[in-house]
Write a protein that binds this ligand. Structure first.
Ligand code: ADP
Ligand code: MG
Length: 97
């Protein structure tokens, strides 16, 4: 797909939901961005603003409590839907750091 961005996020949202479902943290809330080949994007924000969760979402290594609840993530390699996102239980401990 010549001309298409290397990575494009369209209103992507990832929430953490507690085991009982009573607590929800909207860690990533409708994030849209586009990165072309050869570009570098820096993400800056205060602690707890969702930087790590955004990165884990893009890398598809979310902890079990995390759920992609909306939006789309497209890369030149493949287009993914939330249902195809793999989860990584081992990442659960590191995600909150
Ligand atoms: N495994 C987790 N379970 C529940 N909440 C989490 C988990 N990891 C992060 N959070 C919460 O998600 C929000 C975003 O955290 P995080 O993505 O780590 O931000 P940052 O990397 O910008 O510091 C924070 O409110 C944090 O407490
Ligand atoms: Mg972090």
């Amino acid at each position: 797909m010549p001309g298409a961005p290397l990575l494009q996020l369209d209103k992507l949202s990832t929430h953490y939901v507690s085991a009982q479902g009573s607590r929800v943290v909207r860690a990533v809330d409708e994030v849209s961005l586009s990165i072309d080949q050869g570009e570098t994007l820096g993400i800056v924000g205060e602690s707890g603003s969702g930087k790590s969760t955004l990165a884990l979402t893009i890398m598809r290594v979310l902890p079990v409590a995390a759920h992609i609840v909306g939006g789309r993530m497209m890369s030149r390699a493949r287009t993914s839907s939330p249902s195809r996102t793999r989860r990584c239980a081992r990442c659960a401990a590191s995600a909150s750091r």
